[in-house]
Design a protein. Sequence first.
Length: 335
Amino acid sequence: MIETDIIIIGAGPCGLFTVFEAGLLKLKCHLIDALPQPGGQCSEIYPKKPIYDIPAFPEILAGDLVDNLMKQISPFKPTFTLGERAETIEKTNDDKFIVTTSRGSKHIAPVVAIAGGLGSFEPRKPPIPNLSDFEDKGVEYIIKDPEFYRGKDVIISGGGDSALDWAIFLAEGVAKSVALVHRRQTFRGHLDSVQKVMDLAEKGNIKLITDAEVIGLEGDQKLSSIVIKHKTDGEYIVSTDHWVPLFGLSPKLGPIGDWGLAIEKNAIKVNTLDYSTSIPGVYAIGDVNTYEGKLKLILCGFHEATIMVQSAFKRINPDKNLVLKYTTVNGIQGF
């Protein structure tokens, strides 16, 4: 049995930053994550994707953000259970919680903080009969390392931010050629990204194919071409090394959804006073929670973590006065 002050479910950016804020209050944390490494989506899905809305960083790669967070929390010596999913939670007679993982590991603490992001993800796959034959053989649903596509012909499908952003990134000196296929003429991504794609298409750096969709895949043990169905031009074949359908990820809360928490639209309802859930002692921060005015930004999750640990301290130490101290005065070692 692993015992700690706060069990954090989810080792993404919000979960990691919780360790820092808890450490300032001399609270120990243990993190549980189904992924084999810390960082959540930032490590698993888009480590090389730039993030622009982290204060004091005009631009930072998602993987570098995780590295910085790990360095920031290292003085507080957090412990981890990785590669195991949090399955069950039970209340003890002395008002603590036991969280058991998919591999039977048990953890006990007076406070549980759920920072599981959007939960577990499954890519939304297009209805192509032989799709599975080419998965990881030219068809990828997630771009983890753009260098994998260096000097290759790449076709991306989708009309959201992810499709637009990766088309731009790969077209600027990475891939040999980039084509973007979308079934409509308008995109649902940020206007700035849409304009960049249009500009690159005008320069010939991106081949933009709208009013079209990919309906077939061809190749001998590896993808060599795709079949495109155009609204007016009909069907035709295009050679390619890779096809990346970016139609989004379908999030699922998983076992946490069966813990008796108040759930709304696949997210955990919280009280914005301290981001507590319907179960006293269990909190939810980051993309996994919902409340009026919720914004699913890493920045907002950092704020929620900061407020949450203040409440957690009072629950763990009901007889102690909590006095806010500033790191500018005390430093880190002073806490």
